[in-house]
Structures are given as C-alpha cells and as structure tokens.
Design a protein around this ligand. Structure first.
Ligand code: SF4
Ligand code: MG
Length: 325
C-alpha cells in the first residue's frame, strides 16, 4: 500500500527583496503507516519549512517550487486550496511549539475541541461534547468538565500542550506533524508529553512526523530519523543505527552536543548554519566539518545508501551505492 507520506525532491523557495532564495532542496523521505519519523537539525536547517510545505502553511513569499508531496498516493502540490484545507482538518493535524499562539484566546477549550467534530464530522453539540470530554481524559487532563469551560490562558503550559494534542487527535488523523512541541516545557512535563504522544500514536495508529533539534526527544519517540543541514537531508536511518553508527560528520556533531547521563562536558559544533542566500559551494557543511577533504569545497556530495542507511558525504561514496531519485 501507499506510504502515508512520500516527499520527492521537494524544493521550497522564498522571495525576498534581493530575489529568490532556496530554503529547502532535494528533500526526499517517506513515512509509513504507524511510523514515527523525526526530522532533526539546528534551527535554520529547513525542518520547519519542510513541515510547513507539507501542511501548505508557508508564509507569504514562500512556495513549493518543485517536487512531489504525496499523501496516501495523492499529490498535495497539485491539489487546490480547498482540498488541502479539508485534508488538514481531517487527516493531517499539526501541533506547534507554542500552543498559546495557535489556540484561540477568546474561545473556550470546549469550543475549540468540538469545532472540528461539528464542522468535519457533522456531529451535534452534545455528541461532540461527549467525544471531547473523552479525548481530554485520554490526553490525561484532570477534571475534563472544568477544563472544557476554561480559556487557554488560564491553563499551565503543559495543560495547553495537552489541549493542543487533544484538538489535533479529535478527528483521528492519519498523520500528526509536531513542530518542537515540547521545547517550551520543563523536562518532567516534556517527558510526559512525549510518552503521551507515543502512546496515542500506538493506540490510534497515527503516523507522527516530529520536528526537533533535540536528539533526546528523537531517542524517546522516533522509529526513523532524518537529519537536515542547510536545507538538505544529509542522513537518514532507523533510530538504532543512527545512534550506533552515525555516518555524517554533522550528525556526529549533533550527537556529541547532546547531553547524556554520563557525559559531563558538552561539545558543540563550531560555526553557524549558512543562510539560504549564502550557501557555501561544494558540500554545504564543509566550512564547519572537522573531517573535510579537498574535494569537499568543490563538489557537492550526492546521497548514497548502505543497507537502508543513507548519507550525503564523500567519505561514504565508495562503500555505499548511489540513491536513485
Ligand atoms: Fe565533511 Fe566532506 Fe563529508 Fe561534507 S562531504 S560532510 S565536508 S567530509
Ligand atoms: Mg523551527
């Protein structure tokens, strides 16, 4: 059967006063039914732009220039606005980093959680309320009846995030896109939310696309990992081989800068992510790469693959085979 999501050679561009810049290029990956996929990288690497391209929520000035985004076999890029809006409400849901900015401050939690049921599933108010209360319970909100009547600002950050998850899951989506959903939360709440997402994913069979800069989150939640750097995918692998055998120097750098229980000192990757209008020639990571070779500032490495583990780095070009795109 078709994968839930298949992205082929996505290229997303932005128009600014100096012309067109490419924010995301050659991005290809797929998410199968029930799979959790994490997209990782520092901020500015194109993770959010990739997600927003999929959701058709890119800011004005940005657009998908080429490539395919297939949802259950249907190409979203060629769908009209209304068809995409329908899918977004019913089958693809999104959870953002800061729930306060995406929840409506003047509507009660109850209004916001029942609305999709009334609009998309033609339930009446009572039926919708009954389902909403059940969902609030499922995301472990204590006293759902009370929270149902409350406004977002009167809830804690963790509770708001749970409300967001409840709203996202109420129509039983097949794909849940989460953009740094735990970043604004403290560690304990973060762990609870991740556990909850994982449980719900397993219970509902929802595929999850998680965008994060935090490899701890990845280890906790993901089956598959996609590492992005400077608008490109540089490594893709199942979570075990990524942690056990990271192949791209950027991934190694990210792993070295991730706190673990026994590591005292925290390394960080020197330098900064290039902006889309100042992409370096050759391998985009070469100015920061501790393993750079002579070829690296002249030519750009293609994606190669060895037993399902893909990497974009010249060091692996001989042992791996080229990925057919
Ligand atoms: Fe480093 Fe060269 Fe590999 Fe790029 S291609 S990651 S510069 S070794
Ligand atoms: Mg982001």
């Amino acid at each position: 059967s078709d994968p839930i999501l298949k992205v082929d050679n996505l290229k997303t561009v932005f128009q600014n006063d100096r012309g067109t810049v490419t924010a995301v290029q050659d991005v290809s990956f797929q998410i199968n039914a029930g799979e959790s996929v994490a997209i990782v990288g520092e901020s500015g690497c194109g993770k959010s732009v990739t997600a927003l391209s999929i959701m058709d929520l890119i800011d004005t000035g940005g657009r998908v220039d080429s490539g395919k985004i297939k949802y259950c076999g249907k190409n979203l890029v060629t769908m009209n606005h209304e068809q995409k809006r329908q899918l977004r409400g019913r089958e693809i849901a999104m959870i953002f980093q800061e729930p306060l900015s995406s929840l409506n401050p003047v509507l009660t939690v109850g209004r916001q959680i029942t609305e999709p049921l009334i609009v998309h599933q033609n339930l009446n108010k009572d039926q919708a309320k009954e389902m909403a209360l059940k969902m609030l319970e499922r995301v472990k909100i204590p006293r759902p009846e009370k929270v149902f009547k409350q406004y977002p600002h009167s809830l804690s950050g963790g509770m708001r995030q749970r409300v967001m998850i409840a709203i996202a899951l109420i129509c039983n989506p097949r794909l849940l896109v989460c953009d740094e959903p735990t970043t604004a939360l403290d560690v304990t709440i973060e762990a609870q939310i991740l556990k909850l997402l994982k449980q719900l994913g397993e219970e509902f069979g929802t595929s999850i696309m998680m965008i994060t800069h935090d490899l701890g989150v990845v280890a906790e939640l993901a089956d598959k990992v996609i590492v992005m750097y400077a608008g490109q995918v540089v490594e893709e692998s199942d979570v075990f081989s990524l942690f056990k055998n990271p192949m791209h120097p950027y991934t190694k750098g990210l792993l070295n800068s991730t706190p673990t229980i026994d590591s005292g000192e925290l390394a960080s990757i020197e330098g900064t992510v290039p902006t889309p209008d100042k992409m370096p020639d050759g391998c985009r990571f070469h100015p920061r790469c501790p393993e750079a070779m002579e070829i690296c500032n002249e030519a750009s490495p293609e994606m190669v693959e060895n037993q399902g583990h893909k990497v974009r780095c010249f060091q692996h070009h001989e042992v791996c085979k080229k990925v057919a795109i």
